[in-house]
Design a protein around this ligand. Structure first.
Ligand code: B12
Ligand code: SF4
Length: 568
């Protein structure tokens, strides 16, 4: 049964996503006056949160409403290039329409300064609008988020259900069907007396089959496909599963999606992909799930159905928990033309595996990596160093394993203690955290030095991580072991050097590969000349790598002595 209070004839709702970049400080603004909002400043990705929330509002709201959806990342900008002032002008223009309700989505905690800016603007331009924030910061700090002047509600994690409850409450609509089916929890509300009421998140969506698929109808699809496309597009995001039953202490996924693992019916996922493909001509899809193969049987069915999709549809998976990988899954992944799988091992210390509650058996992992590679799939491994109380010796075990296990590529990061995680709480209790919870801009993995140790600091960790990446990705990579691997490596590096032209190690590896693959001395010389030029540039950080003992560097050294005049 639906009851209505004094509902406006037409409720105007704005759903807006803030940029997934830092908010530029006045100093940065001055420096970046020209062309700030280009691809490099705004990492582009179609915003699934907006599509899910839009789908839910259209499906569940019973009032008359007009929904406007805007992604403030590149895709909603009318011009290809613009000045920063124009960008702010563009944002102001969004609020010209005068909305009754403004919903603000923010993906990462470090985007929170953007949220504050948009909240102020929304309030200034639409003073009567109710303002609701959701996403990164409000999930972890709901009380702080709702305490911000002019914010009325802050949503914790998964937002499709709670936002319907909140809008119904604002409009005094009682929808008992919806209320009986879905509890109203996981939010913070600013009460009329200014106090904050927190309702803990206890329930998560478990009946995905009954919920609407994401609504992309508002999305300017022609910016990513067709003749007018102007952004690099790595696939439209699709999320098929939610929640993770594992307990890794550094991970914040539980705060968003809970621990109960739930999945869409395979047929629903396939229909979602097919309808986007048919309607918009999109052929690339990116499955962003944290742990898609957790239920092996469901995943094998999904792969079987993916195999039946039209050939031109390309599906890429983000991550896999290595615990869920076995020979059947590997076979299924091969059948759906996956070339690479990404796994997070994180630490090469068995003791640390226990401390961070990852609980991977490292011997077992080595065997699995071998099995995946033997079956012709590439492995990208993720590693972390600098957990609270981690010793330098344990860090060494990780760097050793990252090299020895011979995956096709790696990424290694100093650990960032994300608020909202068990690791953060424990380390804070031990006074090992060096983070100001109001300094949103620093809440990002790229900011080292947030965990304190007597054995290491952020700078040392960054250096160890970088050196290990250079060794594993370029110098001591299994690709060099076979002719076909060397050719693949050369093709890959030729692509990479366009993006990283000032990286002498890439030039050295390319020179070496030209030499051993084709005996192409001219090309070898040209790459080595370039490397030499870069190494001779003022304070080249890369000089230290020349002392390392790898065939690529030896070949460069022998070219240098053959060409000693140039070298001088
Ligand atoms: C894909 C992804 C990426 C892609 C992003 C591509 C893109 N442009 O979107 C890439 C690889 C670039 C990436 C990078 C990083 N990522 Co990331 N990423 C993800 C991942 C796997 C999926 C994100 C996503 O689309 N989720 C689906 C959408 C629907 O979820 P959502 O945005 O949270 O929205 C829901 C709710 O939050 C809420 N909601 C959101 N907005 C709103 C608004 C309103 C009004 C309401 C009511 C509700 C609401 O409702 C939505 C639907 O339920 C998540 C993990 C996950 N499973 O969510 C991590 C995650 C978001 N990433 C994370 C991190 C830490 C990072 C990095 C910082 C890591 C790093 N190595 O540096 C970088 C930073 C990127 C940058 N800009 O510099 C953390 C965020 C932690 C935090 N609290 O800030 C997450 C949660 C992973 C984790 N387990 O810790 N990431
Ligand atoms: S890191 Fe991955 S496996 Fe561990 S809890 Fe988070 S989502 Fe689950």
């Amino acid at each position: 049964m639906i009851q209505r209070g004094r509902v406006p004839l037409m409720t105007k709702i704005l759903l807006i996503k803030v940029p997934i970049s830092y908010f530029p400080s006045p100093k940065v603004l001055k420096m970046l006056k020209e062309d700030y909002a280009t691809r490099s400043a705004f990492q582009y990705g179609p915003p699934l949160a907006l599509a899910l929330i839009a789908g839910s509002l259209k499906h569940y709201l019973t009032c008359d409403f007009e929904l406007t959806v805007k992604d403030l990342n590149t895709v909603s900008i009318p011009e290809k290039k613009y000045l920063m002032e124009e960008y702010f002008e563009h944002i102001e223009n969004v609020f010209k329409d005068n909305y009754d309700i403004v919903l603000i989505s923010c993906q990462y905690m470090f985007n929170q300064s953007w949220v504050n800016y948009i909240v102020d603007l929304a309030h200034k331009l639409n003073p009567n609008a109710k303002i609701i924030v959701g996403g990164g910061f409000s999930t972890i700090f709901p009380e702080k988020a709702v305490s911000t002047p002019s914010v009325d509600y802050a949503v914790v994690g998964e937002g499709e259900v709670v936002i319907v409850h909140i809008i119904n409450k604002i409009l005094s609509i009682t929808d008992s069907n919806f209320e009986n089916k879905y509890p109203f929890d996981g939010y913070a509300e600013k009460l009329p007396n200014g106090e904050c009421k927190i309702v803990e998140k206890k329930t998560f969506i478990t009946d995905l089959e009954n919920h609407p698929t994401p609504d992309w109808s508002w999305f300017p699809i022609d910016r990513i496909v067709g003749d007018n496309a102007d952004v690099t597009f790595s696939g439209l995001p699709v999320m098929c599963t939610r929640g993770c039953p594992h307990n890794c202490s550094y991970c914040s996924t539980r705060s968003y999606w809970g621990r109960h693992f739930t999945y869409d019916p395979v047929v629903k996922v396939i229909n979602e992909i097919l309808s986007i493909y048919k309607q918009y001509g999109i052929t690339k899809f990116h499955i962003i799930d944290d742990n898609p193969a957790l239920n092996n049987k469901w995943f094998l069915n999904l792969c079987k159905s993916i195999q039946e999709l039209p050939e031109e549809i390309e599906i890429i998976f983000s991550n896999f928990s290595i615990k869920s990988i076995n020979s059947k899954i590997i076979e299924a992944l091969k059948n759906i033309r996956q070339e690479k799988i990404t796994i997070a091992i994180e630490t090469g210390s068995q003791e640390m595996q226990k401390t961070i509650k990852k609980h991977l058996n490292l011997e077992n992992i080595k065997e699995k990596v071998k099995l995946i590679r033997k079956n012709g799939l590439k492995v990208h491994a993720c590693w972390m160093i600098g957990f609270p109380n981690e010793t330098l010796d344990q860090i060494k075990q990780t760097t050793r394993m990252a090299i020895d296990i011979q995956t096709d590529s790696i990424q290694m990061w100093p650990v960032f203690p994300f608020p909202g995680t068990e690791m953060y709480r424990e380390a804070k209790g031990q006074n090992l955290i060096n983070l100001d919870e109001n300094d949103f801009d620093s809440m990002r993995q790229h900011t080292p030095g947030k965990i304190l140790s007597s054995e290491w600091d952020g700078e040392l960790l960054s250096q160890i991580a970088y050196d290990t990446e250079i060794e594993a990705n370029f110098l001591n990579n299994p690709a060099y072991d076979a002719e076909s691997g060397r050719q693949d490596m050369r093709d890959y590096l030729k692509g990479l050097i366009i993006r990283l032209p000032d990286h002498p190690i890439i030039s050295i590896c390319l020179g070496y590969l030209e030499h051993i693959l084709d005996k192409n001395e001219e090309s070898r010389s040209s790459y080595y000349h370039k490397a030499l030029e870069l190494l001779n540039s003022e304070c080249s950080f890369f000089k230290k790598f020349l002392n390392w003992d790898f065939p690529q560097l030896k070949d460069f050294e022998s070219w240098l002595s053959e060409n000693s005049k140039i070298a001088q």
